[in-house]
Design a binder for this molecule. Structure first.
Ligand code: PGA
Length: 260
């Protein structure tokens, strides 16, 4: 894994956004795997700025979101459909027919999940997958004990994740119990993975993901097995890592052609 430690979430997000922009410029038909939550917001803001000010063109891009709450309609303000509309899709030029977000209201979950996997394959596979990390180590909504080979499916949230996400709901009891999420195996099939994590509340989760053993008890740790996984973190999220000097040294010594 490549560990990129920056002073602030904005600094880290700017580099992650430039990385995505480069992929989209080199491959206008790129397939992007997208994430929700507080973490990717500054990255989306920078991508929107690049679209407005530098003409970054998303018209050929296809997107697949990681997950959605089961039982929430796309119009529900806490749904990930609503999140993506508000924070990204309404402000860039991704073609609506190339936007894919799991359908929280699907009446037939297994068939929907199979079709989602088929759609990713038909689109040519995900070029870059953006990820946040849960305080319990989840990626997507793959909670601890998720199969490291899992595909898109229904999952039950942990009590901790429901507490962490209660801030998006009027009433903590209304946080859904179930979600539809890409599997760990689905995420691992992406050609590149960008993991973003900010703030001291993510420090333990990042230390376990980057320097701990690979284990289904901390699903993000599987990214150690990914050939192109980049971890963009701020100083507080890096606080529990032991090898930070080396990670900084690697980043400073990068050959020019590798830099974003
Ligand atoms: P957050 O969520 O960005 O809102 O902290 C991350 C996650 O749960 O994956």
């Amino acid at each position: 894994m490549e560990i990129i430690i920056q002073p602030t979430p904005e600094d880290a997000s700017l580099i992650a956004a430039r990385h995505i922009a480069r992929v989209v410029r080199e491959k206008p038909s790129a397939v992007l795997g997208l994430a929700t939550g507080s973490t990717p917001l500054p990255m989306y803001r920078e991508l929107i700025r690049l679209h407005r000010e530098q003409g970054l063109d998303f018209s050929g891009v296809t997107t697949f979101n990681l997950d959605e709450y089961a039982g929430l309609a796309p119009a529900h303000p806490a749904s990930y459909h609503a999140f993506m509309r508000e924070h990204f899709f309404s402000q860039v030029n991704v073609a609506p027919e190339r936007i894919h977000i799991p359908d929280g209201l699907t009446p037939h979950v297994p068939a929907f999940c199979r079709n989602y996997e088929d759609a990713i394959r038909t689109a040519g596979g995900i070029d870059v997958q953006v990820l946040g990390i849960g305080t319990d180590g989840h990626i997507g909504f793959n909670e601890p004990s998720s199969s490291l080979a899992s595909r898109t499916r229904i999952k039950t949230l942990t009590a901790q994740t429901r507490r962490d996400n209660a801030r998006f709901f009027d009433d903590p009891a209304s946080v859904p119990l179930h979600v539809i999420t890409m599997g760990v195996g689905t995420i691992m099939d992406a050609r590149q993975v960008l993991l973003l994590a900010f703030g001291v509340k993510k420090a333990n989760a990042i230390a376990a993901a980057v320097e701990g053993p690979v284990t289904a008890m901390h699903p993000a740790s599987i990214l150690q097995m990914h050939p192109v996984a980049k971890c963009f973190i701020d100083e507080p999220a890096a606080a529990r890592l032991t090898r930070t000097e080396y990670y900084r040294w690697v980043y400073e010594q990068k050959p020019g052609w590798q830099k974003v």
